[in-house]
Design a protein around this ligand. Structure first.
Ligand code: HAM
Length: 430
C-alpha cells in the first residue's frame, strides 16, 4: 500500500517547534492589545469573486495561485458557486467590515488576525502552499482619520516594536509610495513607453509583463535584467502633490519616532489594491524569500468590492518566516565551537592537544575531547558543543588526512590537515 504523506507545500508542526509558534502568537497578541487592536476571525474560504475583485484578476495570486473549486448546490434553495481558500486575509476583513456595517460607528476599526492562508506557489525555503499569517488592518470612514499618514507611521512603528520584542535582529524596513490609482495608471504608461526600446534585451517574463502589466517588471529577479531596470523611470516622479505630501508626512513621523527605513523605489507589491504607502520588512537570513512581512495602504479596496469609502492600511507577517529567522538566530546564539577534536585512544591525547593548539592559533573555537572516551560518547558530547567533529586516530596522524563530520548536514569527508582550519571556518550549510 502506498504511504500517505502531507501534501507538497504543507507541513506538520511538531513540538518543540510548536512552542515557538505559540510564543510568537502570544507576543503579537500582547503588542496588538497595547495598540488597542481587537481580534477578527474570518472564514477560511470565501466567494472567489472577493479575491478576483479585491486582490485583482491580473495578479499572480488570483491568476495562478488560488485553490478554487465549484461548490455544488445541495438543495434547491442553494446555488452552485465558485469558492476559494483564502490566499490572504485583507479582502476577507474588508468584506466583514462592509457586511457588519463596522464603519457606521464612525470609529476607526483596528483588527488583527492569525491564521492559515493558501497559495499554489512553487515550494521552497520560506515559501509554502499552506502558510500562516499574523496581520492587522486599520480601516474606517475618512471622518475617523483613516487617511491620515499618522496611521501609516503608527502601524510601522508598531511593527518595529513587535519585531524587536520578538528578538528579531537585523531587519530592514523598505518603504515606498505607489500613489493614487491615477498616479499608478500614469506611471504604468510611462513605464510601458520606457520599456519599448529595451525590453527586447530582457527575460521572457519581462517581455510579457511589459505588455500586460509593466509595473511587475520591477519585481524581476533575473540578474542580467537588473542594470536595465535601474535605468527605468521611478514611480516617485509620477506621484501627484497629495501623494507626495502623504509620503513626506509618513517619513517625518517615522523620523520623529526613531524608526529606521530605506526608500525602495521598486517596491510596488504584488496585489492590486495598494495605494500610496507600501512597505516590506526584509531579513537577510531568509535567502530568496526575504520578506518577513508586507503591507500598505488600500484606500479604494472597500469601494472595489461594493462597500462605502473606507480607506485603510495594514500588513501581514509570514509566521513561518518569523519562525525560520528565530530558529537561525537561536542556532547562532548557541555559540557552538567550530570543531570538537576526538582522539581515538589516550595515546593520541598529546597529538590532539597539538592539533587543537594549531587550530586555536588560527582563530578557531575548538573543544578538545579525551582519548579514553568511546567514539559514541565523543559524538554525543561533540553534537552538543560543536558544529563539527574531527577524528584523530593513528592513521590520520600518520597520513595528515583527517575525517570531519558536519552535524547539521550529516556529511562526512576527508580533509588535509593543511586545509583543516579553512574547512572548519566555512558555514555548515544547514
Ligand atoms: P503578501 O506580501 O502577499 O501580502 O504576504 C505577506 C507576507 O506573508 C509575506 O511577506 C510573507 O512573509 C508571507 N507569505 C506570503 N506568501 C507566502 C508563502 N507562500 N509561504 C510563506 N509565507 C508567505 C498580503 O498577504 C497582504 N494581505 C498584506 C496586507 C495586509 N496588506 C495590507 N494589509
Amino acid at each position: 500500500m502506498t504511504i500517505l504523506k502531507a501534501i507538497r507545500g504543507t507541513r506538520d508542526m511538531l513540538p518543540p517547534e510548536t512552542a515557538l509558534w505559540n510564543h510568537i502568537e502570544k507576543t503579537a497578541r500582547q503588542v496588538f492589545t497595547r495598540y488597542n487592536f481587537g481580534e477578527i476571525r474570518t472564514p477560511i474560504f470565501e466567494d472567489t469573486a472577493l479575491f478576483a475583485r479585491g486582490v485583482g484578476e491580473e495578479t499572480d495570486i488570483v491568476s495562478k495561485e488560488m485553490y478554487t473549486w465549484e461548490d455544488k448546490a445541495r438543495a434547491q434553495s442553494e446555488k452552485t458557486q465558485m469558492l476559494t481558500l483564502r490566499p490572504e486575509n485583507t479582502a476577507g476583513v474588508v468584506r466583514a467590515y462592509i457586511e457588519h456595517g463596522l464603519g457606521e460607528s464612525g470609529q476607526l476599526q483596528k483588527l488583527y488576525y492569525v491564521g492559515p492562508q493558501f497559495r499554489r506557489e512553487r515550494p521552497q525555503k520560506g515559501r509554502y502552499r499552506q502558510f500562516s499569517q499574523i496581520g492587522a488592518e486599520v480601516i474606517g470612514p475618512p471622518s475617523a482619520g483613516s487617511e491620515s499618514p499618522l496611521r501609516d507611521a503608527e502601524v510601522l512603528e508598531m511593527l518595529a516594536s513587535l519585531l524587536d520584542e520578538l528578538g528579531i535582529t537585523g531587519w530592514t524596513l523598505e518603504l515606498n509610495s505607489v500613489g493614487s490609482s491615477a498616479d499608478r495608471a500614469r506611471y504604468n504608461e510611462t513605464l510601458r513607453a520606457a520599456l519599448v526600446p529595451v525590453v527586447g534585451q530582457m527575460c521572457v517574463d519581462c517581455q510579457r509583463r511589459a505588455v500586460t502589466n509593466p509595473l511587475r517588471v520591477l519585481d524581476c529577479k533575473v540578474p542580467a535584467d537588473q542594470p536595465i531596470i535601474d535605468t527605468l523611470p521611478v514611480i516617485a516622479d509620477s506621484l501627484d502633490d497629495a501623494s507626495r505630501a502623504h509620503f513626506a508626512a509618513v517619513t517625518a513621523a517615522l523620523d520623529a519616532a526613531g524608526v529606521p527605513y530605506t526608500r525602495n523605489h521598486r517596491l510596488v507589491r504584488g496585489l492590486d489594491y495598494y495605494t500610496r504607502t507600501t512597505f516590506e520588512f526584509t531579513h537577510g537570513g531568509l535567502g530568496a524569500q526575504n520578506a518577513l512581512l508586507g503591507g500598505g495602504r488600500y484606500d479604494g479596496l472597500s469601494e472595489a468590492i461594493g462597500g462605502p469609502k473606507a480607506p485603510g492600511i495594514g500588513f501581514a507577517m509570514g509566521e513561518d518566516r518569523l519562525v525560520l529567522t528565530l530558529l537561525a538566530q537561536h542556532e547562532a546564539a548557541l555559540e557552538l565551537a567550530h570543531a570538537y577534536i576526538a582522539p581515538l585512544g589516550e595515546g593520541l591525547n598529546p597529538a590532539a592537544l597539538a592539533l587543537a593548539r594549531e587550530l586555536r592559533r588560527q582563530g578557531l573555537r575548538i573543544e578538545l575531547g579525551e582519548g579514553s572516551f568511546r567514539l559514541k560518547k565523543s559524538f554525543e558530547v561533540a553534537d552538543k558543543t560543536s558544529r563539527r567533529i574531527v577524528i584523530l586516530g593513528e592513521d590520520e596522524l600518520q597520513s595528515g588526512i583527517l575525517t570531519v563530520k558536519t552535524f547539521a548536514t550529516g556529511m562526512q569527508t576527508k580533509v588535509d590537515r593543511v586545509e583543516l582550519a579553512a574547512y572548519l571556518s566555512t558555514p555548515t550549510g544547514e
